[in-house]
Design a protein. Structure first.
Length: 218
């Protein structure tokens, strides 16, 4: 049983706290030992790298429970090697939590990707969106063949997730785990806001053989 859903327009500071109390009651009614087990520690098998968009909550769309998914989110699920926040999450999830799957999940209709497709100045986020424009530049030949604007938008969402997964795979963190024989797979997904379904982009990597020579470290 889930806590009562609050309509967005009715959410207030007090309703958030009440929502928490309702959720706790539901959890305890369903499993009196729920919080005892939850507070004992975590061993999630999955690290989720997703967009900050409020409509893409990792647990709900994968039907998982608290403790099942370790989560990192940022604007447009960007993965770059200079992001120490993301790298710290990646390092902890792989070397301490021993996750078995790292999933980079984008979503169709992503505002960050849409902004990166245009030339309008947004603000400080323009510097962040530069990473998505680099994805476009890398795949410019393919992108230039897509004449339909919506299809081009959707494809950049997919390519951004694929490049993100590739950047995860190329980190020294992941390569060291593979070199040490750790079971670990890196995936790229895209979620549809219109259907609620996840699309597996079929670019799973599971070992050092999947790392391009230019990015291999020893």
């Amino acid at each position: 049983m889930c806590a009562k859903t609050i309509e967005t327009q009715d959410i207030t500071y007090d309703s958030l706290l009440q929502g928490n109390r309702d959720w706790v009651k539901d959890m305890i009614d369903n499993d009196p030992a729920f919080f005892d087990k939850l507070s004992a520690g975590q061993s999630p098998p999955v690290l989720w790298i997703g967009c900050s968009d409020s409509r893409v909550p990792a647990n709900q769309i994968t039907n998982t429970k608290p403790g099942d998914v370790f989560v990192h989110r940022n604007i447009a699920n960007v993965v770059v090697h200079t992001d120490m926040n993301l790298l710290s999450v990646l390092d902890y999830s792989i070397n301490v939590l021993k996750v078995k799957h790292v999933i980079v999940c984008g979503h169709y209709g992503c505002g960050g990707v849409k902004a990166a497709l245009g030339n309008k100045q947004v603000g400080i986020i323009d510097n962040w969106l530069r990473n998505i424009r680099d994805v476009y530049r890398t795949h410019e030949r393919e992108m230039s063949t897509i004449k339909d604007e919506d299809q081009r938008f959707d494809r950049l969402v997919e390519l951004n997730a694929i490049e993100g997964a590739s950047n995860v795979m190329n980190t020294s963190i992941v390569q060291s785990a593979w070199a040490n024989g750790q079971e670990l797979a890196v995936h790229a997904w895209v979620y549809s806001l219109k259907t609620g379904l996840i699309k597996d982009l079929k670019v799973t990597s599971t070992g050092l053989d999947d790392v391009a020579a230019a990015f291999k470290v020893s």
